[in-house]
Design a protein around this ligand. Sequence first.
Ligand code: GLV
Length: 327
Amino acid sequence: MVVRVVASSALPIDLVAQVQAAVPGTQVEVPAAGHAGFAGVNLSDADALVSLLLDRIDAALLERAPNLRVVANCAVGIDNIDVGAATAAGIAVCNTPDVLTEATAELAFALMLAAARRIGEGERLVRAGAWTGWALDQLLGVGLTGKTLGIVGFGRIGQAMARRALAFGMRVLHADPRDDAMLDGRAVTTAPVPQVTVDELFAVADVVSLHCPLTPTTAGLVDTRRLARMKPTGILVNTSRGGCVDEAALAEALNAGRLFAAGLDVYAGEPAIHPGLLASERVVLAPHIGSATTETRTQMAQLCADAVIAVLSGRRPANLVNDVVIR
Ligand code: GLV
């Protein structure tokens, strides 16, 4: 039987050439351009899928693909995949960590700077031809040197964000909702980045930056109650997943002047954006581009190719997120 690989999107590497060189005779299907998805594609004999975070890989899709051995998701986040259903079906799920760490931290840092210094507002003012010249009190922002950055989720990207903030003379704290019960209100003084509870972090940080995956524990983590703990000069940065934030609550806090600004790259219902956020001058809105550098996206696609080739060759892939037996 022919081995078949289906990608939902065009990729910045030659997946066809690479897979066919490693596993001769494999049929590899890659859209010529853009994202085509898997809807309407016959997956009944597919052995491997290369997916994007736009593709919902749920039990219904897996049922359409009874021969599937691997899903290589071209993203570090895997909240678009029902990993439990994949594991139950013996399907390997792989993601693309590490290669996007620095790019995503760079974007988070850029959003923090842009929100603090009101760069979006300034750009709009200049482009509208409404700038009448230098003024002592124009577009006053929030200084960051000596301020506290609170990082929620201290994994690879959170730590890369911390390194940048420390180099900018900021104090850095981190929190992980999974550890809150264990911390019981005590700070763990691990220099240079102490761990506090999530609630404590929201109360003391000048900037809160989210770097946690979207899970049942982190869904809606930034809600009305936590936003109310933040300082009115506070800034929220989100480059993780939109679902971690109650967007209506965030829009309300911003538009009521209870929060200084936000820098967002991700949204709960992408590409839709909450109208209250669109209406706020104080939100810097990026279109989910955390990992969008040429270098990083190429490396992400390469990790997907490597994962597919490994599984089709009977090897354990490098970035396996579930515990399955590789056939
Ligand atoms: C992007 O959001 C990713 O998860 O890689």
